[in-house]
Every structure is written in C-alpha cells, then in structure tokens.
Design a protein around this ligand. Structure first.
Ligand code: NAI
Length: 397
C-alpha cells in the first residue's frame, strides 16, 4: 500500500509504518547516546506507551536502563485497506528493536480504564516479571468509561467563568485568527473532565497492582502534568483540563500513603509543552508551541518528548535526590518556564500575525513534528513506494 498523509482537522488519519519505525529508531539512538542511567528502573509498566511522553518513557527505560517493559495502549492495526494507527506502528517498531537488543518487551492493547485490562496486565506481570519497579501513567484520552459504574464520561476543553479570547493558528494553513471559547455552563463539565483526565484511574491502577502483590519494594510511579504560561491559563491550567490536572496532582499523597509499607513513592512530573496528538487538539496551544519552539531552538535548549523523558529518568527520578518544587512536583518544564524564554515568547505573542508567522515562529518545525508523529516527513523514507501496512506487534497475537 502507498500511504500518504491525510488530515482531518487537527488529526492525521493515516500513518506510515516505516516512518513510525524511523521515529522510534531516532528516539532509541538519542537515548543510547546519553549512556546508561545509574541505578535506573529494571521492570517497568508504562500505561499509555504508544505515543508521546509514554512512548518516550518506555524507550528511555528500555534503552537507557536495560529495562524489561510492558506497554499498555489503545491502538488499531491496519484493516480493510486502511493503515493502522501511529501508536500501533510505533509499538511494533519498539518491540522489534527491544527484542533484537535482547530486552523483554510485551504489550497489551485495550482500554486501560477497564478492570479487564488491569487484570490482564497484572496476570502478565505475575507470569513474566513477578513485580515491576516503575509504573509510568501517561494516558491522554477524550473519553473514559468508568469501570465500576459503566458511566461514559467525555472531557471538555473549556475555560471556567469568563469567555476566553485570544489568538490561535490553523497550523496547516498558517492563518492566525482571534478565537473566543465560551466557558462551561455547568459544574458537570468540570466533573466529567476530572473523571477522564484526573487521578482516579491512576489510583485504581496502583491499588490493583498493590493488592496483587506485583509492585516491588521501593516502587516508583509517575504521572504527567502541565502548567504553562499565563496566556494559556484560561484554556489550560485554570480551565477544565487544569481542574483534572489538580485532581491528578492531589492523588500523590494518597498514593504515597498506599505505597508506604513497600517503601514506594509517587510523583507528578510537570512536562514541557510539546507537539503530540493530544496537544494539537487544544486551541491556542499550537500557536504558543510554535513561538516557544522558535525561542528555545534559538537558545539551544529545545527538547522533544525523548529528551524530556531521558532527563526525567536520569536527572530526576533516578538521581541521588529527586528535586521537587514547592508543591512537591518534579519539574522538567524548567527550561520552558525560564524567565528569559517566557519574556521572549510573550513579546512574539503580541506581534504574531498571519503575515509574519513563518518568520517569527517555528510553525515549520511544529508542522514537521506533527507529521513526524504519524511517520511522515522523514527524509529517509520514500513515501511514493509501497509499504507493508500489515505490520504486527510481535507480542500481540
Ligand atoms: P498522546 O496522545 O501522545 O498519548 C496518549 C497515550 O494514551 C497513547 O499511548 C494512547 O494509546 C493511550 N491511551 C489513550 N486512551 C487509552 C485507553 N483508553 N486505554 C489505553 N491506552 C490509552 O499524549 P501525550 O501528550 O503524550 O500525553 C500523555 C500525558 O502527558 C497526559 O497526561 C498529558 O496531559 C501529559 N502532558 C502532555 C503535554 C504535551 O504538551 N503534550 C505537556 C505536559 C504533560
């Protein structure tokens, strides 16, 4: 099959298997170039392991610490003449590389919010690894069916209180326009978003894993959050998604207490704004990221998911002492939030228009990274050539 990019709104509906493999390979090479992480994790469960921060966490643990990994995700193989999803091809490529390197790697494809998938993962850990010493929680989803009540929740991305007006960009056309997003109309919108992206499912995972005895003494668990600049506060940190992140962060003390008797510890890591399938869906954020990339690249401090996750493991989670902020969180958004970086982005934000966006922002870089997520725009790949879309993930029968 010849696979070219096809976009619908902010998503790309096709993915290229060889391009995704190239993406994974580049991330592996980066991690290897950084050398082995001292006293890093050895048996790792990554929930949300197929794209973005979760995939980068899995690659960092496997190739930076020789870790055995179990990855959980919700992806689709190719069917009826349609290519599979990027996360499917990423996972196929990851497993292949891991197996060639002699590393244990198995994957579970299904709804991580469900009790069935939790049970399947626990059985797999029992059978193959006995216990895990790191659990990474990196789910990003617009929906969650509650495993105890069967209620299906959908998250919303909205401000709370006032309408929010600001600039935004259609990153395909480069048109900068003013957008107004109406605020939520009921508390239900907040509650639903918390139900999907808050801490309850992380808590359920850790409770089930602990009860099954599959968490090693000294286990660590980490979930990911975001803060960002004031200009995105109304739509992010002070909006519905921010309320879910507050809830996720508030789960840390509960988990620390749960894990106390096995000397376990839980963290939230605040990560940098990056192009992923999830972040491209948030209004205003892609324009901010385009300007941020420009400034950070010029300063030589730009990082992608893999640089972030390698640094999280090597310099935070597995360093002598884990540096935390006043609220007890790990911060790998430290470079993004640097005063000089934010001041320059704020200045560019005032200036940016459709006419000057190509010049003063890194929209080109944004677009390239967006297409890279789906395996496109890699020089190494011939996109006019036939490719085998029926690639399988080795551990999934
Ligand atoms: P992503 O969309 O690239 O990855 C999401 C992962 O979750 C994929 O592996 C997907 O298969 C999996 N998933 C989704 N629903 C699932 C389900 N029901 N069952 C099993 N797996 C499921 O997202 P990204 O951006 O890597 O986000 C991960 C975390 O990082 C999120 O908590 C997000 O809020 C956070 N974060 C993202 C930032 C960004 O700029 N992208 C910045 C800081 C934090």
């Amino acid at each position: 099959m010849i696979i070219q990019p096809r976009t619908r709104g902010f998503i790309c509906v096709t993915s290229h298997p060889e391009g995704c493999a190239e993406n994974v390979k580049k991330q592996i090479e980066y991690v290897k170039s950084k050398g082995l992480i001292n006293n890093g994790p050895k048996k790792v469960l990554v929930i949300g392991a197929s794209t973005g921060f979760g995939l980068a966490s899995r690659i960092s643990a496997a190739f930076g610490s020789d870790a055995a990994t179990i990855g959980v995700f919700f992806e689709k193989p190719a069917s009826e003449g349609r290519p599979g999803t990027a996360g499917w091809y990423n996972s196929a490529a990851f497993e292949k590389e891991a197996h060639q390197a002699g590393l244990y790697a198995k994957s579970v494809n299904g709804d991580a919010f469900s009790d069935e998938i939790k049970k399947q993962v626990i059985d797999l850990i029992k059978e193959d690894l006995g216990q895990v010493d790191l659990v990474v929680y990196s789910l990003a989803s617009p929906r969650r069916t509650h495993p105890k009540t069967g209620v299906a929740y959908s998250s919303v991305l909205k401000p709370i209180g006032e309408p929010f007006s600001n600039k935004t960009v259609d990153f395909h056309s480069g048109v900068v326009s003013e957008i107004t997003i109406d605020p939520i109309t009921s508390q239900e919108d907040i509650d639903n978003t918390i139900a999907v992206m808050g801490g309850e499912d992380w808590k359920f995972w850790m409770e089930d894993l602990k009860a099954a005895g599959v968490l090693a003494d000294g286990v660590k668990t980490v979930a990911y959050s975001y803060i960002g600049p004031e200009l995105t506060f109304p739509i992010y940190r002070n909006g519905t998604i921010g309320m879910a992140k507050n809830d996720l962060e508030a789960t840390v003390p509960y988990l620390n207490n749960l894990l106390k008797d096995i000397n376990g510890v839980s963290y939230v890591s605040v990560n940098k704004a990056l192009v992923t399938q999830s972040s491209s869906a948030i209004p205003v954020v892609p324009l901010y990221i385009s300007l941020l990339y420009k400034v950070m690249k010029e300063k030589g401090i730009h990082e992608g998911c893999i640089e972030q996750m390698q640094r999280l493991l090597a310099e935070r989670l597995y360093s002598e002492s884990t540096l935390l902020d006043e609220a007890g969180r790990i911060r790998v958004d430290d470079l993004e939030m640097r005063e000089d970086v934010q001041a320059e982005v704020a200045e560019l934000w005032k200036q940016v228009t459709t006419e000057n966006i190509m010049e003063i922002s890194d929209l080109e870089g944004y677009k390239k990274e967006f297409f890279n997520l789906f395996g496109f725009e890699f020089d190494e790949i011939d996109y006019n050539a036939d490719t085998n879309e029926l690639v399988g993930v080795e551990s999934i029968k």
